[in-house]
Design a protein. Sequence first.
Length: 642
Amino acid sequence: MPVARPEPQDARVIAHVDMDCFYVQVEQRKQPNLRGVPTAVVQYNSWKGGGLIAVGYEARKFGVKRSMRGDEAKKVCPDLQLVQVPVARGKADLNLYRNAGSEVVSILATEGRCERASIDEVYLDLTDAAESMLLETPPELLDELSDEALRSHVLGITGGEDDRRKNVKQWLCQTDADHRDKLLACGAIIVAQLRSKVLEETEFTCSAGIAHNKMLAKLASAMHKPAQQTVVPSSSVKDLLATFPVKKMKQLGGKLGSALQSELGVNTVGDLLHFPEEKLQEHYGINTGSWLWNIARGINGEEVEGRILPKSHGCGKTFPGPQALKTIASVEHWLNQLSEELSERIQTDFDRNKRVAHSLTLHARAYNANELDSQRKFPSKSCTLRYGTAKIQEDAKKLFDSGLRDFLGSQNSGWRVTSLSVAASKIFDTPPGTCSILKFFQAKNPSSSLSNVSNEFVEDDVAASPSGSRSYITAKEDEHLRELNCGETSDNNATPHQNITVQRNGKSNKKAKDKGTASILQFFSGSNSASAEQGCNEFSVDRAPVPPDRIGSESYPELTQQGSHTLEEHNSKGGIPHPAHTAQRSDSWVLDIGDIDPSVLDELPLEIQKEVRGWIRPSKRPNTAKRGSSIVHYFSSARSSQ
DNA sequence: TCCGCTCAATCG
DNA sequence: CCGATTGAG
């Protein structure tokens, strides 16, 4: 449900930029012979020619619609060129379009705050840029306005086709106008420039709306397509909304919009004006009611969030009709494919953006083969995400098994799975570090002899080294390590962390010694009391497997069952053990980091960094010094004290 | 149960 | 908080 937000009192300049039939443009850029000819993008094509997900403007003239089947579209437009979405691992692969979207965003994000609203849309808050322009180079002083700016549509500026351009020029440059209008004029000029730049640098056209809030900007961007922009002065809002169909408003395209029509007889946004706020609240709740009341008046306080990266990554596939999966083996096959793609995507996200995901969620849809009813839902399940394709695959399978048990309940009958998806969420930035010590863990690599090498090093060199209570090593030690290093960063993201061994602080770690292999986890695993005594940085780490001897005595923040703090609690609430608990050996866990300089992380091989950073989560309350203090908090305080 | 694949936001 | 639901494109 939408929620009303207070509208800032000062006028903002908000733009919504929408790529024109984006997937089609991406394909036309790749294959220029498709330019100018009716084109559509389909995914899959074996069944009725595949499903259209984007339709070029030439094809729209023939009545080709999105969500037609390819065969259907060919009937109304025999010359239609159908381009298939790339397929990888047996499923549609949208990376081509995601990356193209990033190209555009990187241009649009140069001016003002930028919010990536979808793969092909952004909102911009251009208030500051517009204010600056008004002060420094107001439109009326400009020698000449760009052609793109002059092609703007300004609602309320009447246009006999010929003189519309002249009137627009006049409007853009008017000197005696409302301050708010002048700001919009500046916004229009800036957006025109941005759109030209996008075209120049990416070959993509886009359309845009410029208004005082997101809602109006979004409405406006769709009014004149393709490759045009529309400005919404305040004076035009009332008329615009009076006849605007509620169902076409963002957020009102579904059940809420239908309810407005059937319950209140509201068909246009203007119709909403007749209802007092309280009335709308009675019907649709406090928040939604106020939101509706505001929308009717063109009021919308939603901020443009400064976010150009997605908050989650998901991979899914549907198995319609006869394709529904009915064996564990087929489910596992597809989970493997999906997990592989997901792993690749979060890997790329880390490489490009230094971000790590913390949560893995599995969704599925299923029905009972013999039951006629079969309305039961397949529950979503999530767990802490572990990096590495094999681990994601393993965890996804366990999550599925858990969900399937819930789904089936006591009975056991033939199930059918009609869709599967895995998603990575709770993505955090990893703070940049400064210090450079620890080439350290570069003693790495996976091949068999490795663990011996690093163990040897750890026990003979680090533990016995004069480093005393230092948690980092010297340049000499560093050199030594480099020799042991096997070279190239591994492309094997399944590098088992058990192979990365080191001992912490030169203290004897009994368990590690006993086993003869200390893990990187153990390196970080000081006892809580020790680190507390030392009064040093303490970091809570939330993802390591729980050592058997701690079960029942510690808290397990990594368990996803709500409100559970012990394994028993968790299990008694029907939770499942974290896959890692059963998957990991007991030589790898960590609870707190003691007096470790966190910048050591920067020097870890990327693979290890990802895993280690993945264990660390910023605390909600940085002030809880003892147990909640996060590595992120450490970094921010360390930086600010420099 | 043939509009597939993604994403975000809200809420209980 | 997780999981369900709604909605967008």
